[in-house]
Design a protein around this ligand. Structure first.
Ligand code: SF4
Length: 161
């Protein structure tokens, strides 16, 4: 997997202070996409074990507490990204107790493949659906267009929503 950018401190992609990874690769090609340079799987930089370790360290930092990890892109659920993303979310679950994981995808929750569902079982909050320019609403929380939905998948996040 390649990634486009990593922000170790982020307060705009999800609730609280977070670490955010923008992966490369998206097959949805939405008109008006805010991040078209992430569409190609080849763009960006290789996602290495060293960066994976860095994310785990940042999430575990006790001086600047992060609420969790946000995965965006590009599309973290692009079929070519699933192996690397699965490994990352499994590590976050195992090594960073109490941290939540948010994920943005152009796929719809109801139409995910088995492999994608396998990754999503580790996700607390999933924002799904393509960006549809005709339904763009700048004041929506965490979404660009009104067709996109926020799914609070874990019990903790459901309680907070
Ligand atoms: S799903 Fe997101 S990254 Fe992919 S084309 Fe649509 S808006 Fe852009």
């Amino acid at each position: 997997m390649n990634y486009h950018a990593y922000h170790s401190l982020d307060v705009v992609n999800g609730e609280g202070t977070r670490c955010t990874l923008f992966v490369s690769g998206c097959e949805h090609k939405c008109k008006g996409c805010y991040n078209a340079s992430t569409w190609s799987l080849m763009n960006g930089h290789p996602f290495t074990r060293a960066l994976e370790d860095q994310i785990i360290r940042d999430l575990s930092d006790t001086r600047i507490k992060r609420q969790g990890l946000s995965l965006s892109g590009g599309d973290p659920l692009h079929p070519a990204n699933l192996t690397a993303v699965l490994q990352l979310v499994q590590r976050v679950r195992a090594e960073c107790p109490g941290k939540d994981i948010w994920c943005w995808t152009g796929y719809k929750l109801a139409s995910l493949t088995e492999q994608q569902q396998h990754v999503v079982q580790y996700i607390d909050v999933l924002i799904d659906g393509k960006f549809i320019e005709a339904q763009k609403q700048p004041n929506l929380a965490w979404r660009g267009s009104s067709n996109q939905q926020i799914h609070y998948l874990s019990q903790t996040e459901r309680a907070l929503a």
